[in-house]
Ligand binder design. Structure first.
Ligand code: SF4
Length: 441
């Protein structure tokens, strides 16, 4: 039962039952969990703010929802509730399709990132991407629709993998791995027979999607290592879609994005400079990720969380002591996943003595107290003068360094398809004219 702000509705009158049936015919509905009227109104208001294009059914629902909100029609809102999209029930039928053909494969191995945010709140002085302070957020609808296509592609590749593994087994007698565990293994195969296996692989359709590389024999995990990050010159924990809520009224968070895209074939990699302790959305997202990863441990691929610690982000520049507490929280949250903690600075450089005393030393002590242990800590040097902090003469050198990362297709929050190609002068992805969806203003 829905609870209104002032009074509790305890029975469903017959007329409401009939209207519920009518609307159920008009729009696809599932009977939702009961919630309070304040939350229901939040979900209704969020729906009418959608920027992602609506389908005909979506437009009908939007009109009805607007009217019910304007008239404060509690009963009508109650009736509409099951049709309103939430993260828990995104109701794809309310939204237009992506502008992409059924069989078009931009969601496969060439997809380098699906950028859920553009711009960055951290504003690190050395940012290689020169990230803008203005944040663009990919609507959760787009996240869910893109993730659906990526997951279809993942499934297709997995079934080809199973097929080629079976073929190798039936033609040579050798087992080269286990697709369920995303593991490729040449250990038990005599070297003289490698070529037979490579020949079978190269004649199979899988080779058109994942071309054979000889280093797969020595580094079999590399075969399954095409990760899919949601960042590129951005921090994924800036993600928050206030126009797409959960059933409890909280906004879509980065945990929802991570879970939508994550797949053992293409684990979602995270690079973050952390989040404020007051940022409940980021915290909730991080906790969801930890839970999801612990429930589905991946073979040899647990180190997908990289945490940067340095004195150059906005929050560190403001207050080292608060920054220390912030980063303790971030590291403790991800600790069960054994994150890689990168200390970006030169420990011997003058000018960081205070940072080392106030942040680094206590943080390293704190890390030792965490039960999971085994964090990988790396000191990266000389970041003070890279990225936007670099002098003009140094910029070309750093463009060259970053040029080889994240090559391929990038999808931006506004639906733009961008490309980053090897050897390009500019190390950033370049927008094509194609958009997968057009957001309203
Ligand atoms: S967190 Fe990363 S993307 Fe954001 S400003 Fe810092 S370096 Fe740039």
């Amino acid at each position: 039962m829905v609870h209104s702000e002032k009074s509790e509705i305890t029975r469903e009158p017959e007329a409401i039952g009939k209207r519920r049936a009518d609307i159920k015919n008009l729009l696809s509905t599932d009977t939702p969990e009961i919630l309070d009227m304040t939350t229901l109104k939040k979900i209704a208001r969020a729906f009418i703010k959608q920027k992602f294009p609506l389908s005909a059914a979506g437009l009908v629902l939007k009109e009805k929802t607007e009217q019910a909100l304007n008239e404060d029609d509690v009963q009508e809102l109650q009736l509409l509730y099951g049709s309103l999209p939430t993260v828990d029930n995104p109701h794809f039928e309310l939204f237009d399709d992506l502008a992409v053909k059924e069989d078009e494969s931009i969601f496969g191995q060439d997809l380098a990132t699906v950028q859920s945010t553009k711009g960055c709140s951290k504003q690190c002085t050395f940012c290689l991407a020169d990230a803008s302070e203005k944040l663009e957020i990919m609507p959760y609808t787009a996240v869910a629709k893109l993730a659906e296509r990526v997951q279809l592609e993942n499934k297709k590749i997995c079934s080809l993998m199973i097929d080629v593994f079976n073929k190798i087994k039936s033609e040579t007698g050798y087992s080269v791995g286990d697709v369920d565990k995303m593991c490729f293994d040449f250990n038990s195969i005599p070297e003289k027979d490698y070529q037979k296996i490579i020949d079978i692989y190269n004649k199979h359709p899988i080779s058109g999607l994942i071309p054979w590389r000889d280093d797969y024999i020595e580094y079999p995990h590399a075969f399954f290592m095409r990760r899919l990050p949601n960042f590129a010159g951005s921090d994924p924990f800036d993600y928050k879609d206030t126009s797409f809520l959960h059933n409890d009224g909280t906004p879509a968070d980065y945990g929802d994005v991570f879970i939508a895209f994550d797949h053992p074939l293409r684990p979602v990699e995270i690079n973050t400079a952390g989040w404020r302790r007051s940022n409940k959305t980021a915290q909730r997202g991080a906790e969801k990720i930890v839970k999801a990863c612990l429930e589905g441990p991946r073979e040899g691929k647990s180190n997908i969380i990289n945490i940067s610690v340095h004195r150059f982000s906005r929050s560190a520049r403001l207050d080292y002591r608060e920054y220390l507490e912030e980063m303790k929280n971030v590291i403790a949250t991800f600790s069960p996943l054994k994150p890689v903690i990168k200390l970006y600075d030169n420990p011997n450089e003058e000018g960081n003595a205070e940072f080392i005393e106030v942040v680094v030393k206590p943080l390293l002590e704190f890390i030792k107290t965490l039960p999971e242990g085994d964090k990988i800590i790396i000191w990266n040097q000389n970041v003070r003068n890279i990225g936007r902090a670099a002098k003009e003469a140094q910029k070309a050198e750093y463009d060259e360094i970053s040029d080889t990362s994240m090559l391929g297709i990038h999808i931006w929050p506004d639906g733009t398809i961008a490309n980053k190609i090897s050897g390009a002068k500019d190390s950033k992805p370049v927008a094509t004219a194609r958009r997968l969806y057009i957001l309203s203003k």
